[in-house]
Design a protein. Structure first.
Length: 894
């Protein structure tokens, strides 16, 4: 049966099998499925209406995107072409969303935010960085699959009684399908085999890396590896050349700035492409509906075995595409198919990591971590009834991952098709079927893509229940004493024990969110609303972290692999316990000048007006800044933030500066013509040049590691809206141990929306734009939930501040201003944090606050004379009686 829906998914009619013909369904791994059929029932066949049907008890949903109406004396039919319903995601744009060191689930939730598709079952993947910037949600979805190396499956839930579609999920897995062990031969249901080459292959590769910077600041030719490859700009495989002739190509990666690294990666790529790749199209006859052949059933992603005894062909490969008509046509191979059509030059083309590199001119993960490998893992397996527990020896370094491979074929060849896990772990549960024999191998891989040898193959046989055994579909046991109990899965109300040993542990809340996860790699993940630790000391003081912890402000950093090798073992990059101080300086005017100190580094964020430069300079000197400032950050070019830059640069040596550009031709004219903002910006750049200060524009993702305990993230919304220049203000999120401090510059409500979901809870907020209207929305404050809001203003009672301060007070944030209290110094340690000069808390008193509009109704709140919110009471305010509900909303404000 075919279900026909309108574009809003209201069921219109159901077509029985006799109502349609020429049914063809094509399903693919990591690509859009397609459906075609014809029917004489044309009434509801319209573009963007939807068609659905059940296949193997799973509901499939498609969009009608084309049809051809045929009218003749013999027939009156319409031919319909459909594509998968999730292609509708291509009609919606993501403006700017980012995930930094996040999970696939987090990335998918951002990509699907506001859509009718939800993130469903998601296996565990490595943490990754990914950026969505003015692309369709379908393209973002495709980028997720590519970045996390995942495969997806669509799951549609439908109410059989009403025909309503109730839920639409996208599940993410390491691989679809399973190793079926099915063997197809011409004696059973194999009808034909067609072999086709796929993609280009090369046996000579030239390597090209990052463009080289010239003395005048420009860029010349791209990096090659001739100097470290005996003068040759290429690598070659002589065996492949003798077999196929000389086939030349180019490997390019603009992120590589080290010659030896470029050589190694070009060699790795050569190994991938030196031999041609093929796909096999195989036509099978339906057998699974016949008695005795029910098991001859396969789906996309499955691995099967094709045997042609006459040709001597034994092929084990995955099903990448499956076409169902009268017969089954399957495409076997290992070709990656994208969701969105793209113009690819070849597999060799530009291979770019668009997100993982945070700064092109800073060391990336490949140059920070050593090019070493752990010992070959030792693999063990314990077979249960319908699953196998696999454990292997491992080294818990951040720069090692492990790949696990499985097959029903003895002495199988491990490939990406039979890889069942990749990530940081030392254990894996492989869910299979009873009475099956499986073979396994594992290996380790480093950040350079180099791998160890495979572990020796091991064998596991899941249990077979003997004929004499009693099998209970359901059973109730009041009490049992059992010596040993092996279970694939158990659901319990309460589990008690003296000693519980587990490879992985996860706690899920009522919303399905993981709040605690401990994995077999020794990592602990927490996403909690409150954490109580009744101990003064939690962390071990020994230097258990053997990874390099790099201070990116250190000008003596090694820049290539050989320099790192020379330093390895002789220098410790692990810093001891550190103290962080953030000085929010009272400049005696409404301005920002913030000194950040940690790990003997001095960072200045803005510097206030020119007229108050001496106040800032004297404060810096009084607090240990004598000669140099390691980093200056200009949040934006308003003179209350950068007006004193020339005086600061004359007094101190500034090692580096970061800022953000603007197009002054389209910015609001009051900025360049009325307030001199563009002139202040140009003056700042002139100071940088005259003083020889290294300076650069902020990156989309800009993380700076200050110590082993603290890092600074620049908040760059990438907004290109110029009607309000403050939307371009940078912010700074400083994380020190578990303490988080957000210095919001002059960020606006628009800026806050662009950053939604990125910060989590913060402890202290330096309130954006001095607490003025246009910043600090209720939604933003409810999300980050700061305990304190610090405000750099001399006029806290100005009427323009009521909208923002009302949000803070409504969210129960304690507010303090510099005009009343003076300079604030935040001191953070690994145990806690404190703030100086919290003398006089500010509260709106005897003030109305317009919270929001809900439809045509305006929600007004009243802060009483003691600063509390009027609730469940009637007050005489200005001679009028006003009634307030239990939430503090005035019932009739007018």
């Amino acid at each position: 049966m075919l279900y026909i829906f309108d574009r809003k998914e209201n069921l219109l009619e159901i077509l029985n099998e006799e109502d349609y013909s020429d049914f063809k369904h094509i399903t693919k791994v990591n690509s859009s499925d397609s459906l075609s059929f014809n029917t004489s029932k044309k009434k509801n066949i319209k573009k963007n209406n939807k068609v659905g049907f059940f296949k193997d008890r799973k509901f499939q949903l498609f969009l009608i995107y084309d049809f051809n109406d045929t009218i003749s004396l013999d027939e009156n039919k319409i031919d319909i072409e459909c594509i998968s319903d999730f292609n509708s995601l291509g009609n919606f744009i993501i403006e700017d969303k980012r995930v930094v060191n996040g999970t696939l689930r987090e990335a998918a939730q951002k990509a699907l935010e506001g859509m009718d598709y939800q993130v469903g079952v998601t296996e565990e993947f490595e943490l990754r960085n990914i950026n969505f910037y003015f692309i369709s949600r379908l393209k973002a979805f495709n980028d997720i699959l590519d970045t996390f190396k995942a495969e997806f499956d669509i799951r549609i839930e439908i109410d059989n009684a009403t025909g309503r579609i109730t839920n639409k999920y996208i599940d993410f897995k390491h691989r679809l399908g399973e190793d079926t062990g099915l063997r197809f031969t011409f004696d059973t249901n194999l009808k034909s085999i067609e072999k086709s080459p796929v993609g280009d292959h090369f046996n000579v590769l030239y390597g090209r890396g990052k463009s080289l910077e010239t003395d005048n600041g420009g860029f010349s030719r791209k990096l090659d590896f001739a100097e470290v490859n005996n003068g040759k700009r290429y690598v070659e495989d002589l065996e492949s050349i003798s077999k196929y002739g000389r086939l030349e190509g180019i490997f390019s990666d603009d992120n590589i700035s080290d010659k030896r690294e470029l050589l190694n990666k070009t060699l790795d790529k050569l190994q991938e492409v030196k031999n041609p790749k093929f796909t096999y199209k195989v036509t099978l006859e339906y057998l699974n509906t016949l008695e005795g052949f029910e098991h001859y059933k396969c789906q996309k992603g499955d691995s099967v075995i094709i045997i042609d005894e006459e040709e001597g062909l034994i092929l084990e490969a995955r099903i990448l595409e499956l076409e169902e008509t009268e017969d089954i046509l399957i495409t076997l191979g290992s070709v990656q198919v994208g969701l969105v059509d793209s113009d690819f030059e070849s597999e060799i083309g530009d291979i770019k990591d668009k997100v993982n590199q945070i700064e092109n001119d800073k060391p990336n993960i490949d140059t920070i971590y050593p090019d070493t490998l752990p010992d070959v893992p030792i693999l063990k397996a314990k077979a249960l009834y319908s699953s196998v527990i696999l454990d292997w020896t491992y080294s818990n370094k951040d720069y090692y991952t492990y790949e696990l491979f499985a097959s029903k074929i003895k002495d199988f060849n491990p490939t990406s098709d039979n890889r069942i896990f990749e990530g940081k772990a030392s254990s894996f549960l492989h869910e299979v079927k009873p009475s099956e024999t499986w073979y396994y191998r594992v290996r380790a891989k480093n950040t350079y893509g180099k791998t160890t040898l495979f572990s020796p193959q091991i064998k596991a046989v899941t249990f077979k229940i003997s004929d004499s055994a009693e099998i209970f579909e359901e059973a109730a046991i009041g009490h049992a004493i059992i010596r040993d109990l092996d279970m694939d899965k158990a659901t319990v109300g309460k589990l008690k024990g003296q000693f519980i040993e587990a490879r992985n542990l996860e706690v899920i809340d009522g919303n399905g969110k993981s709040t605690l996860r401990v994995d077999s790699f020794g990592r602990v993940y927490l996403d909690v609303t409150k954490l109580n630790i009744n101990s003064k000391k939690v962390l071990n003081e020994e230097e258990v972290n053997e990874n390099f912890n790099i201070n990116l402000l250190n000008n003596t950093l090694p820049h290539n692999d050989s320099e790192w090798q020379a330093l390895n073992g002789s220098i410790s990059f692990v810093t001891s316990d550190t103290e962080l101080k953030i000085h929010i300086i009272n400049t005696t005017k409404q301005a920002d000048a913030i000194l950040v100190q940690e790990n003997d580094k001095n960072i200045l964020i803005d510097c206030g007006y020119k007229s108050t430069a001496n106040i800032v300079i004297e404060y810096l000197k009084a607090n240990g800044v004598f000669d140099s400032i390691d980093l200056f950050i200009a949040t934006h070019a308003h003179t209350d933030h950068i007006g004193a830059i020339e005086e600061i640069a004359n007094e101190f040596s500034i090692k580096e500066a970061i800022y953000r550009e603007a197009d002054w031709n389209i910015v609001d004219k009051i900025e360049p013509e009325g307030w001199g903002t563009s002139a202040a910006h140009e003056k700042m750049l002139e100071v940088f040049l005259n003083k020889g200060i290294k300076h650069r524009e902020v990156k989309i993702l800009d993380l700076i590691k200050i110590s082993n305990n603290g890092e600074l993230r620049l908040i760059n919304t990438s907004i290109e809206e110029y009607d309000e220049y403050n939307t371009r203000s940078l912010g700074v999120l400083y994380t020190h141990y578990s303490n988080k401090f957000l210095l919001a510059g002059d960020m606006t409500i628009t800026s806050e929306k662009y950053c939604s979901g990125e910060f989590g809870k913060v402890d202290v907020l330096k309130v954006g734009h001095h607490g003025a209207g246009g910043s600090t929305s209720e939604m933003f404050i409810d999300e980050i939930k700061p305990k304190y809001g610090l405000i750099t203003t001399m006029d806290i009672n100005h009427v323009d501040r009521v909208p923002a301060l009302g949000c803070l007070q409504w969210e129960e944030v304690s507010m303090y201003d510099t005009g009343t209290n003076g300079t604030f110094v935040i001191t953070s340690t690994k145990d806690n944090y404190s703030i100086s000069n919290l003398n006089t808390e500010y509260k709106l008193k005897s003030k109305w606050w317009h919270r929001r509009n809900v439809g045509d109704f305006e929600e007004w709140v009243y802060f009483k004379s003691d600063g509390t919110i009027a609730k469940n009471e009637t007050l005489n305010i200005g001679g009028g009686l006003y009634e307030f509900d239990e939430n503090g909303i005035c019932k009739e404000p007018y």
